[in-house]
Design a protein around this ligand. Structure first.
Ligand code: ATP
Length: 336
């Protein structure tokens, strides 16, 4: 069977975002200023928040055999005309992501992320050189008519802000749901929030976008206060991933506020947190798009946000126990 299902009545998720080659060094501790360290190991692997979230959606939508996906997943973005670009396209295809809307740009390099992972804690530090991702302009939003065929659009901030803002507007005009994972964190134009069905942030992103100190998010009251701020700006579902603390959610369905803190899975041995947030987004998105599709079909389709957060939290806990980004994301049969 083809690796990209095209069944018309399954939900369609499109990810508009970045593709990077990850250069990952594992080190005993993060280097101090001026310090030269010897890595304990090194690997080159496919990455980029956009591509990782596309792979997360695809892997978590089906078992390893690539049969019966619960969603059609496609990616919109750009790579350079180099071997890294070929590797990233191949990575999407082997995981069942439709890559026909990823452009290979002549005379450009593929994006790079330099990642340093501390062995003791699994914590990472990352430097990105966007390269071809910088060329993903507003024209990518309308070219090819892909938005008309999308039920849920997922974006991050590793492509130009103007493109993200345009895509939110175009999606809203067409009634397409949008999930924004604003990483790396940058203050957003206020109007963007009204177009967001789902805002998924980690603690740093919540603090920067919300204009608060990160320590405000240490308490449930602080999380509620920040979450409400985003709801008032127009977001429907606010999710904050809190690393080893778990996940906070806040929503207002039918005027009634619902909130909760889902604790992180216990007994988890953290090896490498790279891709944990992306895994969370992928699993959460599959529930979100299914609820939307069922709603269209008149089958109720009420979004069980707590269930979606629990399942995503469980999937992300698998990712932190493995090395790498795309490779560490579990298939559906590994979490269910
Ligand atoms: P990254 O950028 O490294 O992918 P992130 O900063 O976007 O991650 P985090 O909030 O660190 O996202 O982690 C995402 C989710 O991964 C958490 O909400 C949780 O579900 C899971 N997770 C992270 N750390 C742990 C841990 N120590 N134990 C269990 N689950 C974890």
């Amino acid at each position: 069977m083809s690796s990209t299902a095209t069944t018309s009545n399954i939900p369609r998720i499109t990810i508009l975002g970045s593709l990077n080659t990850d250069l990952v060094a594992y080190v005993p501790h993060h280097p101090l200023p001026g310090e030269t360290l010897t890595a304990t190991s090194f690997m080159t692997s496919p990455g980029g928040k956009g591509a990782n979230q596309a792979v997360a959606c695809a892997k978590l939508s089906r078992p390893r055999s690539l049969s019966s996906p619960s969603a059609h997943v496609s990616m919109v973005g750009a790579v350079g005309s180099d071997s890294n670009g070929d590797m990233l396209l191949h990575n999407l295809q082997t995981h069942g992501v439709d890559s026909s809307l990823v452009t290979k740009l002549p005379n450009q390099k593929t994006g790079i992320a330099m990642i340093v992972v501390e062995a003791e804690t699994g914590q990472n530090r990352i430097i990105i050189s966007g390269e071809a991702n910088h060329s993903v302009g507003e024209e990518y939003v309308t070219a090819g008519g892909w938005l008309e065929k999308t039920d849920l659009l997922i974006m991050q901030l590793e492509v130009p802000m103007g493109t993200v803002v345009r895509a939110v507007g175009e999606a809203k005009a067409r009634g397409v749901d949008v999930l924004l994972n604003p990483a790396p964190a940058r203050v957003l134009p206020e109007g963007v929030y009204r177009g967001l069905k789902h805002l998924v942030v980690n603690e740093t992103e919540a603090a920067i976008l919300g204009g608060v100190e990160e320590r405000e998010l240490d308490t449930m009251e602080g999380l509620e206060r920040v979450g409400r701020m985003f709801l008032e700006k127009g977001v429907e579902n606010f999710i904050a991933t809190l690393g080893g603390r778990g996940v906070f959610y806040l929503t207002r369905e039918g005027g009634e506020e619902k909130r909760g803190l889902v604790e992180a899975e216990r007994g988890v041995r953290v090896v490498d947190t790279t891709g944990a947030g992306d895994t969370f987004v992928g699993r959460y998105a599959l529930d979100a798009v299914r609820a939307r599709k069922e709603g269209e079909g008149g089958e109720g389709g009420r979004f069980d946000i707590e269930g979606a957060v629990r399942r995503a939290n469980k999937a992300a806990a698998v990712t932190v126990q493995r090395e790498g980004a795309a490779a560490s994301i579990p298939w559906r049969d590994e979490v269910e």
